[in-house]
Design a protein around this ligand. Structure first.
Ligand SMILES: [Zn+2]
Ligand SMILES: [Zn+2]
Length: 141
């Protein structure tokens, strides 16, 4: 918890029990949960908390750069507290989002950016996870 307090303070975010709990829940998960899933878990520790508060808290953490937002097509945003460079592997079968260690091989060429200021750079690969590949094969049998 002390670690999380420092994390919040380092980004100029006022420390509240709500923010601490949301961040703690997210730090314990590597499956990129939706706001709804985070809410369900936070509520076990803070029964009075509303979904709206959890959602707003996630937005604050995202704006301050403590939390990454992954936006799968046709699905709710999912959250990630791992902000070091990595790519996302998104399965279209089970909607699982996996982390892949990956750093951009080279900086984006400035002329391609046309003066655009990059705040977040992610790579997303879409496809089928090993489990779902097996299921597709069975369907074809
Ligand atoms: Zn899958
Ligand atoms: Zn991730």
């Amino acid at each position: 918890m002390e670690n999380l307090v420092q994390k919040l303070r380092s980004r100029g975010i006022a420390v509240t029990p709500q923010r601490l709990t949301v961040l703690a829940v997210l730090e314990n998960r590597r499956d990129h949960p939706s706001a709804e899933k985070i809410f369900q878990e936070v509520r076990r520790q803070l029964p009075a908390i509303s979904f709206n508060t959890v959602y707003k808290t996630l937005e604050v953490l995202h704006q301050k750069g403590l939390v990454l937002k992954v936006n799968p097509l046709h699905e709710m945003a999912r959250y990630d507290c791992c902000t070091s460079p990595h790519a996302h592997l998104i399965c279209r079968g089970c909607h699982r989002i996996m982390d892949a260690d990956w750093e951009p091989p080279q900086a984006f060429p400035p002329e391609a950016l046309q003066g655009f200021f990059v705040e977040q750079q992610t790579l997303t690969l879409w496809g089928l996870c090993p489990d779902c590949q097996g299921q597709e094969n069975r369907k074809e049998d």
